[in-house]
Design a protein around this ligand. Structure first.
Ligand code: 0A1
Ligand code: ZN
Length: 878
């Protein structure tokens, strides 16, 4: 067991840095057995620091110190202390040059933080605290310096040598080595530093900015991936244009580079001028990547590019402000994706992620505010709350201010804080100053954790023609926070008349030209609104477009939900009504309140399937039943097997009753041979694959034949994978095995496709999947050192395969605990992410909850637990 508890860091302890670094000169000597890093810092005292710091303290991690010199004179060991995680240089002058030489071993770096090797190339990951694994440095985002970086390596093995900014010098060295020097003119925190050295090919393009500057765009990949860069390049150019048009942001360097690496802990990283991407988030071709991957790539390329302003030009003062850059940038990439595709579908996807996973996080042991006030390990705080809820908070500011004032606010924010490291409060202040609105109470969204619950009740006075709506808000307690104050919530509302049209929302009896949609602003624990001049009781359409990240409790009848599914003027709420109806039906089965599946659900799905005049992109989404994870989230005490059983029954019933419509839908949405990424084409593929999977779910022979043909003939991965997934989850054993073998034979040399092959098996509904998972871990293509492989097998099994993971004997949990312990020794960040399904043990009924807790305790008791896993496990067992 870990003997000492890791230290907790508090926001309240923030102090400005004692020393500032104006300039960093780095020289990397890269070898096969390690790397020598020469770092020269130009340091001065920070005039804003209260008091006098005698010693300079620099952060370090896993470094071998070779020498320390001050103003050119090597210091004796009596002038500094190497404390492992700190280098303390004593009695320093007000201004000085400090040279530090360290030796590191990138080839043995399995944590993938700092400088490491991936498929033979050197690469870096410095956010949040990886730079300290490269050299001693004040590793905090409010120390911003200009970097000059010289990279030296063997010319043949590493012909491409990259770092941030512009290349200013290059040349030959002895012993077949060469160097390139890079200079980044923009001061930046060290978490944005990057270096790459490898044998890479280049895909090149140009972009002309709004002011007429030509930017050199480069995507570097291994030669075998050269044909998979087009989509990322197109996405990059679209992002650059969009940011100019929508936010007035122009790119600032002459060159913008992206590098794809196979071993990466996260999706991608926004290093200044040199973004580094997980291969799976940048490489795609129609033959190898499904629609979801194409969309993810477009969004992530945009996200990283947008960080150039929201994150790099204006950065975070400290890591408690992480959502300053992440929430805002996710909001920006969501706007971009909405504009590139279907805004309603994008909103449905974002709201689904929020309601399924972020609400769960916010109700669990790791719940924290968008601006947390303490942490042990910052890597654990790259969460859905910081990213997705943070984006929802920015979105609410956009809703409250309207697009023009919001843009004024973002202009002011960028202008006021360019080149600075600031706080979420500075962001809100810029929005207030530009708009004249008071966002004082709104700031609670950053400070209070937990999902507000809105209880909505209504009443119709037919004589007076008045419809009354009362709305109460309550925010549940969360770790360290009780008795919360009401938050400022934008509540978008419509009222539907019997003919399905939106009624005017008259807040006064004599209000003329009342709008048919309003954003009510909730600020108190209870509000009552009156709507006048109504001749009939309306059906309310609440929180349209998911205008706030809240839960809504309103006693809709199934008739009302069906009515909203057909008529709501808000596409999002049409979808939402369908989800609520399906949830209601499934929950009634779980409780045993109803014997069979409500016919009205079947009929509602029948009309969706058979009316091609409906928006097919929306229909494709409406046909997806609520996920098991969402049903768990909605339950007070979740019985995983009961949830899976009830949902499966509904699927069975729908597929049996709608067999004809499904076959017809499949045929109508046949592949026309072209591969397009329009909302319509994506919807058609989604519809045909949904139809196929439903039909195979009920063991339909004819559909099995269709799936086999589709599997063989598919011109793209969406359809090939759609057919494979349907077969894998069907009762057709021989066909399933044949397809899986075929697929592997065909694609075994492509890691991104092999990851999909692993995932489809890890998500399999077949009994005995756990045994199969153990076999997959022994498969030659599985690699413990590669996070994507680990995620595609263990992550998918524990995070997405409810029925197979939650076995009553606890075998799934014991399995996960074992793998987490194993991974913790090599890659703590990945281990900490993987353990998260177990942390939700309180949510599950017995015997599940107790056994999950036991498995968690076994992880807690592991010898030498990392800080990352320690924090999560201890907070979850409290
Ligand atoms: N800032 C990146 C994501 C990222 C975060 C942390 C990392 O290491 C702990 C790596 C990447 C983004 O938002 O895209
Ligand atoms: Zn980001």
């Amino acid at each position: 067991m870990r003997t000492s508890q890791p230290r907790t860091i508090y926001l309240s302890e923030y102090r400005v840095p004692a020393f500032l670094v104006d300039h960093v000169d780095l020289r990397f000597e890269l070898f096969e057995n390690g790397a020598r890093v020469h770092s020269t810092l130009t340091v001065r005292r920070n005039p804003e620091y209260p008091g006098v710091a005698e010693h300079l303290e620099l952060d370090g991690d896993s470094l071998k110190l070779e020498s320390v010199s001050l103003d050119g004179i090597e210091l004796g060991a009596d002038r500094y202390q190497d404390q492992g995680d700190k280098l303390v240089v004593q009695a320093v002058p007000d201004k000085f040059g400090l040279n530090v030489v360290t030796w590191i071993e990138p080839q043995n770096n399995t944590r993938l933080e700092g400088l490491y090797k991936s498929s033979g190339m050197f690469c870096t990951q410095c956010e949040a605290e990886g730079f300290r694994c490269i050299t001693f440095f004040p590793d905090r985002p409010d120390v911003m310096a200009r970097f000059r970086t010289r990279v030296e390596a063997d010319r043949e093995k590493y012909p491409v040598l990259l770092s941030n900014g512009n290349d200013v010098d290059r040349g030959e060295l002895a012993d077949g080595r060469h160097f390139v020097t890079w200079e980044d003119p923009f001061p930046k925190p060290c978490y944005l530093f990057a270096l790459v050295a490898g044998d890479l090919v280049l895909k090149q393009d140009t972009f002309t900015t709004c002011s007429g500057r030509d930017i050199d765009l480069r995507i570097y990949v291994e030669a075998r991936n050269a044909a998979k860069c087009d989509h990322a390049m197109d996405s990059l150019k679209r992002s650059m244009r969009w940011d100019e048009e929508v936010y007035g942001r122009e790119y600032d360097l002459d060159i913008f580079m992206i590098v794809a690496v196979d071993d990466f802990n996260m999706g991608a990283m926004e290093n200044k001028g040199l973004n580094i991407f997980n291969s799976s988030c940048v490489l795609a071709s129609p033959e190898t990547a499904a629609d979801t991957a194409f969309q993810r790539i477009e969004a992530i390329v945009a996200h990283e590019y947008f960080h150039n302003w929201s994150g790099n030009r204006v950065t975070c003062r400290d890591w408690f402000q992480l959502s300053l850059k992440e929430g805002f940038t996710v909001f920006r990439d969501a706007g971009f994706s909405a504009d590139m595709g279907s805004p309603t579908v994008k909103r449905i996807e974002d709201a689904t992620l929020m309601r399924t996973a972020q609400f769960a996080e916010d109700a669990g042991p790791m719940s924290h505010p968008v601006r947390p006030s303490s942490y042990m390990e910052i890597s654990n705080f790259y969460t859905l709350t910081i990213y997705e809820k943070g984006a929802e908070v920015v979105r609410m500011i956009h809703t409250l201010l309207g697009p023009e004032l919001f843009r004024k606010g973002s202009d002011l924010y960028f202008e006021r804080h360019d080149g600075q490291a600031v706080t979420t409060d500075d962001f809100v202040k810029a929005m207030e100053d530009a708009s004249g609105r008071d966002l004082g109470q709104f700031r609670l969204w950053y400070e209070q954790a937990g999902t507000p619950l809105l209880t909505v009740r209504d009443d119709f006075d037919s004589e007076a023609g008045i419809y009354r709506l009362t709305i109460e808000q309550a925010i549940p307690d969360s770790p360290g926070q009780t008795s919360k104050n009401p938050q400022h919530i934008p509540f978008a509302l419509g009222l539907l008349g019997a003919d399905g049209t939106d009624l005017p929302l008259r807040l006064f009896a004599d209000e003329n030209d009342a709008p048919s949609e309003r954003v009510l602003e909730l600020t108190a624990a209870r509000h009552e609104f009156e709507f006048h001049g109504l001749s009939e009781r309306p059906v309310p359409s609440l929180v349209r477009g998911f205008s706030a990240p809240v839960r809504v409790d309103y006693p809709w009848t199934r008739e009302q939900l069906i009515f909203l599914m057909n008529h709501d003027g808000d596409g999002f709420n049409r979808w939402d009504a369908g989800q609520r109806l399906a949830v209601d039906v499934i929950q009634a089965l779980i409780r045993g309140d109803e014997e069979g599946v409500d016919e009205r659900l079947v009929e509602a799905y029948r009309s969706l399937l058979s009316d091609p005049s409906l928006d097919q992109a929306l229909v494709a989404k409406m046909l997806q039943l609520p996920s098991e994870a969402y049903l768990v989230e909605l339950a007070d005490s979740a019985d995983a097997q009961a949830i899976h059983g009830a949902r499966t029954r509904v699927l069975d019933c729908l597929a049996q009753a709608l067999r004809g419509e499904l076959l017809e839908c499949y045929r109508r949405n046949g592949d026309d041979g072209s591969y397009q990424l329009t909302p319509e084409a994506i919807a058609a593929r989604s519809l045909r694959n949904t139809a196929l999977s439903w039909l195979l779910h009920i063991g339909d022979r004819e559909a099995c034949g269709l799936a086999q043909t589709q599997f063989q003939d598919a011109g793209n991965m969406t359809d090939r994978m759609g057919a494979l997934r349907a077969l894998v989850n069907s009762c057709f054993v021989t066909e399933r095995e044949a397809a899986l073998n075929d697929f592997y034979q065909c694609w075994q040399d492509d890691p991104q496709v092999v990851e999909q092959w692993f995932s489809v098996q890890a998500a399999s509904l077949q009994a005995g999947t756990l045994n199969h998972i153990r076999e997959l871990l022994a498969h030659p293509a599985f690699d413990w050192k590669n996070p994507n492989k680990v995620r595609s097998v263990i992550g998918v099994f524990a995070g997405q395969n409810l029925a197979q993971f939650h076995q009553a004997d606890g075998s799934g949990y014991i399995f996960l605990a074992e793998q987490v312990c194993r991974l913790d020794d090599s890659n703590p960040q990945i281990a900490a992410r993987l353990v998260s399904p177990l942390t939700r043990w309180r949510k599950f009924a017995e015997p599940y909850g107790g056994k999950m807790k036991q498995a968690l305790a076994s992880v807690r008791d592991k010898e030498g637990l990392s800080k990352d896993v320690f924090e999560i496990v201890h907070k979850s067992l409290k």
